[in-house]
Design a protein around this ligand. Structure first.
Ligand SMILES: Cc1cc2nc3c(=O)[nH]c(=O)nc-3n(C[C@H](O)[C@H](O)[C@H](O)COP(=O)(O)O)c2cc1C
Ligand code: SF4
Length: 775
């Protein structure tokens, strides 16, 4: 037998004891005592360790606490809030969901908190030296950036090993992040650029490499040099290689286009274009330094290839009706009426913070139902509500559809034509007719509420309606600053969209025109005159559309650049059917608005806006419309086929695709109307068209000079007239001759823009988000 080891000595002498026998004898006391020890230990832990646990039992009788604590069961994780947060929650007593996972920092936030330095790399290629010089100058100019920026490096693509930079971002020992700028000429002969492009393509297609291996870059932007003398258009090859590189870089970086592709003609405008592009790139670099990322972009931002549709947003257009904002019963509205707009000052809100209800003594209500001055001030209702409170479904729906709701009753959104013009694909009909560049046009409304429920309006059933202003009033400067900020913010989000032209992007950062339409009724906003004055003070022109239902407000409206009334029908029955007005005296109001327009036709440009809806207001109505023109004698009559957005609300109003007239039908109607005007001896003629928007312009002979139409506007002359303080007429700011391509029979598409034919576009419902041009 082997000797016992030291370990065996230490062990219980198992061989000498019958363990099984011991167990059988003592098992009950062993089990009981083990259980007791465990219980004592657990009780000790329970009593001695403080714990942080949600109690789902309502706390004792604090009315404030109960409003928040009772929501606790919604989530089962504890939320730790600061004293300040708690007290603000107590004040506002909002619906609060307690708990939630710890918020993960977005990648951008993570970047902001790190100490990464930013290295700008400027790549160039050259044959005859132009691009090299530009790249070196750019390197010098970007040198002055301090803080997190390292000195920029200028690199010749002819001398690089592409693998060091274009398979993955350069490896650096320190924490450096890279931003690429590529300055490239184009050659239709074989050069190093062909090799470079092949390399980019191969890297993207190589199955061993991630398809976006450069996604670790902070961003990139490309500027191309070309020659328009030999390659006049992009189709014929102007800057084609820069465009290709931009496309491949978008793929390789996983859509990190930081600024639109810039292009310049080396013999003409390259220097100024490059300088604008550089300015834009610098703004983005500032943004990156500040936030760590490129910021938000619209759908499609950074994509490699431009889509063939003008606006890719998808929108089901369904909006939840906000019960809170349903119109008051008419009897009530009438009873509470007061016409003194001055009283509104009492309820004026001057800051953008979400307002709570005003004091009961500050309440007011303005009645637009009648223009009698006799009504007495109303008994004060208990509180003034906001028209579109942040918590309302309307607010959620509007923001989901791309609106920025400013304050509590104003909205701003960029229209599809603004996006189209940014991409050089054409402006809306207002460019052809009046010279408005869509990328410099802001579409907004200071009142999201309206007093009609027109069958073709893509918002009815969603927006507040009412005959009276019974909401909190936001101050005009707050709205003005808010809508501008909202507009610019939305333009900036287009920065990464493929096809956006750098020079148009630059121009878009200066609003030149404002279309006060969008949705709702702008003149029901009590401070509309103050608002338009602010626009004019910044030399922003104003096109204001109203629905011919507020004669008092129309009469006191100060001159705008162009004043519209919507003429949706030629007779009372038809108007009732199509506009579904809330006012009982809608026809009288309508008539009175026409009279006012007639009176004011020598103060400003006046326009009738006809929206043709087949089966509602076209058939046999040309004569009736001619009578209305005779009554109002507008400077212009714009006729437009309705755009169908296919929402349930329009369907509910009995509208289908069958109600959308073909362009030929609109043309036939316009010719009939023109003939009817001629029969009455009125001096009008068909001046211009924009077939793409299904829109035609009839103009008064006042705007025909030496047989040529002058429908365009001299905007600077308009501001001069306004600032002179003297009376002036529309002829005083009549612009140059209407361009040939915009005149009747020529189609109206600006030949400088690129025409994009959408596949299967003919007579297809447009999503709501694309129907802004309706007004
Ligand atoms: C042989 C040759 C071919 C060219 N092909 C194109 C072209 O296809 N598209 C274009 O926009 N410019 C074209 N250009 C113009 C150049 O891109 C332009 O002059 C550029 O500024 C040259 O840059 P670099 O001086 O840095 O080499 C061509 C120029 C040459 C000399
Ligand atoms: S559709 Fe309206 S908002 Fe858009 S560019 Fe034209 S005028 Fe401006």
């Amino acid at each position: 037998m082997p000797q016992n080891t030291w370990a065996q000595e230490l062990l219980w002498p198992v061989d000498r004891i019958d363990l099984v026998a011991v167990w059988h004898t003592y098992r009950i006391p062993i089990i009981l005592s083990t259980f007791t020890i465990l219980c004592i230990f657990r009780a000790y832990l329970h009593l001695s360790v403080p714990r942080n646990k949600v109690s789902f039992t309502p706390p004792p009788s604090s009315p404030i606490l109960s409003s928040t604590k009772s929501k606790a069961p919604v989530n089962d994780v504890v939320e730790v809030r600061t004293v300040a947060e708690k007290s603000s929650a107590v004040q506002k007593a909002p619906r609060r969901i307690v708990g939630g996972l710890k918020k993960r920092k977005s990648s951008e936030e993570q970047l902001t908190t790190n100490d990464h330095q930013i290295q700008v790399l400027i790549f160039f290629s050259t044959l005859t030296g132009t691009t090299e010089r530009a790249a070196k100058t750019l390197g010098q100019e970007l040198r002055n950036r301090t803080g997190r920026f390292l000195e920029p490096q200028v690199l010749d693509l002819a001398e690089l090993d592409y693998d060091d930079y274009f398979i993955s971002p350069p490896k650096s020992e320190t924490d450096v992040q890279y931003f690429y700028l590529l300055l490239l000429p184009t050659f239709d002969i074989d050069t190093i650029l062909d090799t470079f492009l092949e390399q980019l393509q191969e890297t993207h297609n190589d199955f061993r490499i991630d398809t976006a291996p450069l996604s670790g870059l902070l961003g990139f932007s490309v500027f191309g040099f070309g020659d328009r003398e030999g390659w006049p258009t992009e189709e014929t090859g102007f800057c084609s290689q820069a465009k290709d590189v931009d496309r491949w870089m978008a793929k390789l970086t996983g859509r990190k286009r930081a600024y639109p592709l810039g292009m310049g003609d080396a013999k003409k405008d390259a220097a100024s274009r490059l300088s604008d592009w550089k300015q834009g790139v610098e703004d983005v670099l500032d943004l990156i330094a500040e936030t760590g990322g490129l910021g938000e972009g619209v759908v499609g931002s950074g994509d490699a290839v431009e889509s063939d549709v003008e606006d890719e947003e998808e929108d089901d257009g369904e909006v939840v009706f906000d019960d809170e904002n349903v119109a008051l019963p008419k009897s009530k509205a009438k009873k509470d009426s007061v016409n003194d707009v001055e009283d509104l000052g009492k309820g004026l809100r001057t800051d953008a913070s979400p307002s709570e209800a005003a004091e009961p003594s500050d309440t007011f209500e303005v009645d637009f139902t009648t223009y009698s001055k006799k009504s007495k001030p109303p008994p004060a209702p208990p509180v003034i509500k906001e028209m579109v409170p942040k918590s309302s479904p309307t607010y959620t729906a509007l923001t989901k559809q791309g609106y920025t709701v400013v304050g509590s009753h104003s909205g701003v959104k960029i229209c599809r034509w603004t996006k189209s013009a940014l991409r050089g694909r054409g402006s809306c009909y207002k460019y052809s007719f009046y010279g408005i560049a869509s990328h410099q046009c802001m579409e907004t409304t200071p009142s999201l509420s309206c007093s009609n429920k027109c069958v073709f309006c893509w918002r009815h059933g969603t927006n507040p309606v009412g005959t009276t202003w019974r909401w909190v009033v936001d101050a005009p400067d707050m709205i003005f600053n808010g809508v501008k900020a909202g507009h610019y913010q939305k333009i900036k989000m287009m920065r990464g969209v493929p096809g956006v032209r750098a020079e148009r992007f630059e121009e878009a950062m200066r609003i030149r025109h404002c279309a006060l339409s969008l949705v709702g009724e702008p003149i029901s906003y009590p401070y509309i005159n103050e608002f338009t004055s602010m626009l004019h003070a910044e030399h922003i022109s104003s096109f204001l559309v109203c629905n011919a239902q507020h004669p008092d407000q129309l009469a006191t409206l100060k001159p705008v650049t162009q004043l519209y009334v919507s003429i949706d029908a030629s007779n009372k029955e038809s108007l009732r059917k199509i506009d579904r007005p809330l006012h009982r005296d809608f026809w009288e109001r309508f008539q009175r608005c026409l009279e006012i327009l007639r009176e004011r036709r020598f103060e400003q440009r006046t326009v009738f806006r006809l929206t043709l809806v087949k089966g509602f207001n076209i058939e046999d109505e040309a004569e009736g419309y001619a009578d209305l023109v005779e009554k109002g004698l507008p400077c212009f009559v714009e006729i437009k086929g309705v755009t169908y957005c296919g929402t349930s609300s329009s369907a509910g109003a009995g509208l289908t695709m069958q109600n959308v007239p073909f362009y030929e039908e609109v043309c036939a109607f316009v010719e009939a109307l023109n003939a009817a005007l001629a029969r009455r001896g009125l001096g009008y003629g068909i001046a211009a068209e924009h077939a793409h928007s299904c829109c035609i312009l009839i103009a008064s002979d006042r705007f025909r000079v030496d047989g040529k139409w002058h429908t365009r506007i001299d905007y600077e002359a308009f501001f001069r007239c306004l600032e002179s303080g003297k009376p002036f007429t529309p002829e005083d700011y009549m612009g140059p001759e209407t361009p040939e391509w915009a005149t009747w029979g020529k189609g109206g598409f600006d030949p400088r823009d690129e025409r994009v034919h959408r596949k299967g576009k003919n007579k297809k419902p447009l999503p709501e988000s694309k129907v802004e041009e309706l007004f």
